[in-house]
Write a protein that binds this ligand. Structure first.
Ligand code: PRP
Length: 179
């Protein structure tokens, strides 16, 4: 499978993703019963994961979005994070940040810092993917679908130069076929 100049090979299938997302939704429903959690989707990549996760949660909850952009090359994070102007009102709420991937963790660290200023009741993180070998922060990550090696992945919301987000499966960069 090719996107722009790079080749990718299958990595995590749509059924595998759906199974884990459903498990995570059940776990969150148990842990947040009676807490009316606020899900905050970190745009853009997490939209696809969030739409499936949110529908697998069976307890009353609300949905918000925030934008955060980490600038770097097209396949690596830089550590410079810009948070958008729209900040949901989280005062007194149990917040669940929804991310597609935790790479360095700097995006989630920055978003958490910004939200803490409004004194939420709690903040936690639900992420589709995490690359433990790349973490530069000590985030508590109780709700991760898949820990993966530090390879570049696309699909199910994740992009390469903005393309590939619509793919139902997740693909990994095929180093052998990419110059
Ligand atoms: C990606 C991803 C996370 C962040 C992870 O966002 O969606 O938000 O990088 O990297 P980090 O843990 O090293 O901070 P990106 O800025 O590429 O925006 P996008 O979601 O619109 O693709």
């Amino acid at each position: 499978m090719q996107i722009h100049d790079k080749h990718f090979k299958p990595f995590i299938t749509a059924p595998q993703i759906q199974e884990r997302v459903s498990e995570l939704g059940k776990q969150i429903s148990q842990d947040y019963a009676g807490k009316n959690p606020m899900f905050i989707v970190i745009l853009n990549g997490a939209i696809v994961f969030a739409s499936d996760l949110f529908r697998s949660v069976s307890v009353p909850c609300t949905l918000e979005t925030m934008s955060a952009k980490s600038y770097g090359s097209q396949t690596t994070s830089s550590g410079t994070v810009t948070v958008g102007a729209h900040i949901p009102n989280v005062h007194g709420r149990h917040v669940i940040l929804v991310e597609d991937i935790v790479d360095t963790g700097l995006t989630l660290q920055r978003v958490t810092e910004v939200l803490q200023q409004q004194h939420p009741e709690s903040i936690t993180i639900a992420a589709l993917l995490s690359k433990p070998a790349m973490h530069k922060t000590k985030l508590h990550l109780p709700y991760i679908c898949f820990d993966i090696p530090p390879a570049f992945v696309v699909g199910y919301g994740l992009d390469y130069a903005e393309h590939g987000r619509n793919l139902p499966d997740i693909y990994v960069l095929d180093e052998e076929h990419t110059l």
